[in-house]
Design a protein around this ligand. Structure first.
Ligand SMILES: NC(=O)c1ccc[n+]([C@@H]2O[C@H](COP(=O)([O-])OP(=O)(O)OC[C@H]3O[C@@H](n4cnc5c(N)ncnc54)[C@H](O)[C@@H]3O)[C@@H](O)[C@H]2O)c1
Length: 348
């Protein structure tokens, strides 16, 4: 194989065009050589835009190209399963967008197919490559917040009724606000805190729009380390009204992050830390702790995601976001829907 992974992109016109291909163009170990879109003119336009070599309007022809080492599958979720199975059989490594497939059962089949064909699989949970997220994870691991006891992650957008929209139909997208955005929130909390959710209870509903997918969801959880918390996702809160809060509280302090759960590596993290052993303060006087602004070097999460998987392919580095992580967080979303339907707390 050449020193660069030669990529083909399946479903190149959505998030791929908005974020991942621009990120790929900056990756030192990647070369975009082929794009596939359902409309040939659109595929040709994307080929020109990114100076790729080939444009396709179907997956089968793209997969026949022997020069392609890996594919990035960024089509609507309803097509992930068929396309990933075909790509594995064509011996292409796969970066698969979240959720991996319409159900975790189908996701498991994709993992098995990749394994039996000897190809690597990574899942597009790119928030793990956010500079702030990696920094908070390190600091929590080093004990900066003490014992982690409470956490919250929020992601919303304004997503009104649109005709024939796959994301608004759970049969085509696998869920709604929770499956689409909550999957990132759950993943990033487990990643940063370094513990997995062991119990959850959820409320999901469609309150504002006419579509079948949930436009509102709230998940309350407990982790294996005892941390309890909350994940809230809405398609009915305007982008500008919510700040994608990410909060982690421990016995020695907290992180309050704004805008880090985002497609742009940015936002702000304030740390409120107390070094001293605290005595109980009967007067409950609020001592003002000075917020420490955490500084990081921003980059591009999508570039880091592509470079990381590229190293897994070229240098056999472990895949940082493998299929079992993708399956696990998708399963948590499925269980949250079950909890909402059955009105029960679920043991994971
Ligand atoms: N990680 C992230 O930052 C992020 C952000 C948004 C979306 N996503 C994920 O990416 C995937 C796509 O989401 P999107 O927002 O780009 O959707 P989208 O609908 O905006 O774009 C999907 C693209 O796929 C094309 N397409 C349609 N049918 C196809 C088929 N059968 N085969 C190949 N391509 C086809 C469409 O023409 C469109 O250009 C989903 O899995 C979604 O959850 C990830």
């Amino acid at each position: 194989m050449s020193k660069k992974v030669r990529w083909g992109v399946i479903g190149a016109g959505g998030i791929a065009d908005r974020r991942t291909i621009p990120g790929m163009m900056k990756a030192g170990n990647a070369e975009l050589i082929a794009v596939m879109e359902i409309d040939m003119k659109f595929a040709e336009d994307l080929k020109e835009k990114y100076s790729a070599k080939w444009a396709y309007d179907n997956v089968d022809d793209l997969l026949k190209n022997p020069d392609i080492d890996a594919v990035y599958i960024a089509s609507p979720v309803e097509f992930h399963y068929d396309q990933a199975i075909k790509a594995a059989r064509a011996k292409k490594h796969i970066l698969l967008e979240k959720p991996m497939a319409l159900t975790t059962e189908l996701g498991k089949e994709i993992m098995a197919e990749c394994e039996s064909n000897g190809v690597k699989l990574a899942v597009g949970l790119m928030m793990r490559f956010g500079a702030y997220h990696q920094r908070m994870k390190e600091m929590i691991k080093d004990g900066a917040l003490g014992q982690i006891v409470s956490a919250r992650a929020q992601l919303t957008c304004w997503y009104p009724d649109m005709p024939d929209n796959w994301r608004q139909d759970p049969a085509r997208g696998g869920g709604g606000a929770l499956m689409d955005m909550g999957i990132h929130c759950i993943d990033i909390l487990e990643y940063i805190i370094g513990s997995n959710i062991s119990k959850l209870v959820a409320f999901t509903d469609t309150k504002t729009f006419k579509y079948k997918a949930d436009d509102s969801s709230a998940v309350l959880f407990e982790m294996e380390n005892g941390c309890t918390g909350f994940v809230d996702n809405n398609f009915n809160i305007p982008d500008a009204a919510a700040q994608s809060f990410l909060e982690v509280y421990g016995t020695k302090g907290s992180f309050i992050a704004k805008g880090t759960i985002s497609q742009v590596d940015g936002g702000e993290v304030l740390a409120y830390l107390s070094d001293d052993e605290l005595d109980y303060d009967a007067a409950q006087d609020r001592v003002d702790v000075e917020a420490v602004k955490i500084d990081v070097e921003f980059g591009d999460m999508y570039t880091r995601q592509i470079e990381s998987f590229g190293r897994s392919i070229l240098e056999d580095e472990p895949v940082l976001v493998p299929g079992d992580v993708g399956l696990r967080v998708q399963r948590l979303c499925e269980l949250a829907y079950e909890s909402s339907d059955t009105k029960k707390i679920i043991d994971v």
